[in-house]
Design a protein around this ligand. Structure first.
Ligand code: CA
Ligand code: CA
Ligand code: CA
Length: 452
């Protein structure tokens, strides 16, 4: 009898262990979202932690970049921070990336400038990229320095769409329509417009360090496994190296490197010419020749700053609802695009970034997200309904850091639930799975996202 009880005892222990293992799923280290560059910080500064293990010299460069990120530029001539405009969107990086995070979405009636419009006319340039709109370029600049005209104004209206979950609960989504007003010349009617809100800028050095082959390995161009999902890497013009490179940054992965993203932001968003983009944006596209309003070393310092911002740790890892939500995130196939785990390449020259297991929850690939989210503007290989899977790490701290919960490329989602409900195209089955869940499971999935 004693032995029989003991036997059953062991069997029960074995069964419960096995169950626990199933519920816990894969990895127990996944609260270190940024590998060794993970910070246990859930404050309003959670996106702004400097990498561990930098040398004193590197910390200095990071500091220079940090200061530049927060600097406001003014029009030339000026003893400090000159070069703004003549046309621009904002005077500083931080005005669009507050606390290294993302902006709130614009309201009806706003004179919009922080949400920016990428613009182009149909066709492709010699590198397969977008073609500038004559007299307006690749981005609409609604502001100008004193005494000058801008390209015009931008406004938004929202239409509201009702729907319901399978259990009958109602929800409402809002769809924005952006309009260009008072343009200084008539804006061509065939031009394509892509509205973009900013994104957080932490953890990007780790994303840049994921080897190309690892990203390409997640592609399934012709959906040969038949799951309806076919990620595709973007291939974009690398201005510095003068060759095509895999695209990683921006909502359509239109930028190959942090360096290029920085150069482009200075040129298009603030109006500072630099070694990567030396032609000043101005009305009527006058050729003002090659200029450099900001030095190479400052561009590199700012790039280094972005490269070395750490990632906030996952929270509430042992909460049973979070564990349930994590399981549902997997069952709903969210993981097929928001790929939890990536590994950075070995980099002997820069140990802080080398050989890290990270959990960005992205494949950095392009996916067709359906007509509802389409901007109908192509950017290299990204067509009018394709977007790059955004990383989800740190997303649960958006309200703490930025004081809002607006998500997706134009900020239309007012919370995480709405962000999921906008998913279509390759993500339609994931969305339908979410709609089918009962109220408790929906809450668990959202709680999991908030733990990231
Ligand atoms: Ca300028
Ligand atoms: Ca422009
Ligand atoms: Ca597939």
């Amino acid at each position: 009898m004693k032995y029989i009880l003991l036997f059953f005892g062991i069997v029960i222990v074995l069964i419960s262990c096995k169950k626990a293992a199933v519920i816990e799923t894969v990895d127990e280290k996944d609260w270190y979202l940024g590998g060794s560059q993970t910070f246990f910080d859930q404050s309003g500064g959670a996106y702004s932690n400097t990498f561990n293990g930098l040398t004193a010299a590197q910390e200095l460069i990071h500091g220079v970049g940090d200061k530049l990120f927060e600097s406001s530029f003014v029009s030339s001539p000026s003893p400090i921070n000159p070069g703004l405009g003549p046309i621009f969107n904002a005077v500083s990086c931080v005005s669009c990336h507050p606390s290294d995070g993302r902006n709130i979405s614009p309201k009806e009636g706003d004179n919009i400038h922080n949400l920016l419009l990428r613009i182009s006319v149909p066709g492709e340039n010699e590198h397969g990229g977008p073609i500038a709109v004559p007299n307006f370029g690749l981005q609409f600049q609604p502001r100008a320095i004193a005494g000058m005209n801008s390209e015009g104004n931008v406004s938004v209206t929202y239409t509201y769409l009702q729907g319901n979950f399978d259990d009958g609960e109602l929800y409402e989504l809002r769809q924005p329509t952006f309009t260009i007003l008072n343009s200084y010349m008539s804006f061509p009617s065939d031009a394509m417009i892509s509205p973009r809100l900013s994104r957080p800028v932490f953890g990007l050095g780790l994303l840049e360090a994921i080897p190309e082959w690892a990203l390409l390995a997640n592609q399934d161009l012709f959906d040969s496994n038949g799951d309806g999902i076919s990620g595709k890497a973007n291939s974009v013009w690398n201005v510095k190296d003068q060759k095509m490179s895999i695209g990683r940054f921006g909502w359509k992965a239109g930028s190959p490197t942090l360096l290029q993203q920085v150069g482009f932001a200075f040129s298009e968003d603030i109006g500072l010419t630099n070694f990567l983009f030396p032609i000043e944006n101005n009305l009527y596209n006058q050729n003002l020749g090659v200029q450099k309003e900001i030095s190479d070393s400052l561009i590199y310092s700012l790039t280094f700053y972005l490269k070395t911002l750490g990632v906030p740790a996952k929270r509430n890892v042992n909460d049973s609802e979070v564990i349930r939500g994590k399981q549902l995130f997997s069952e709903a196939s969210c993981v097929k695009c928001h790929v939890p785990k990536q590994k950075t390449a070995v980099n002997v020259a820069f140990k802080s970034i080398s050989n890290q297991t990270i959990y960005p929850y992205t494949d950095l690939l392009l996916h067709d997200m359906g007509a509802g989210l389409a901007d109908n503007r192509t950017e290299y290989l990204a067509d009018g309904s394709e977007w790059r899977t955004p990383p989800l790490w740190g997303i649960g701290l958006t309200e703490v850091v930025n004081g809002h919960s607006n998500f997706l490329h134009d900020g239309r989602a007012r919370n995480l639930t709405e962000a999921i409900l906008w998913h279509g195209g390759e993500a339609i089955n994931a969305k339908l799975y979410f709609k089918k869940l009962n109220v408790k499971d929906r809450a668990a999935l959202i709680k999991f996202l908030k733990s990231l």
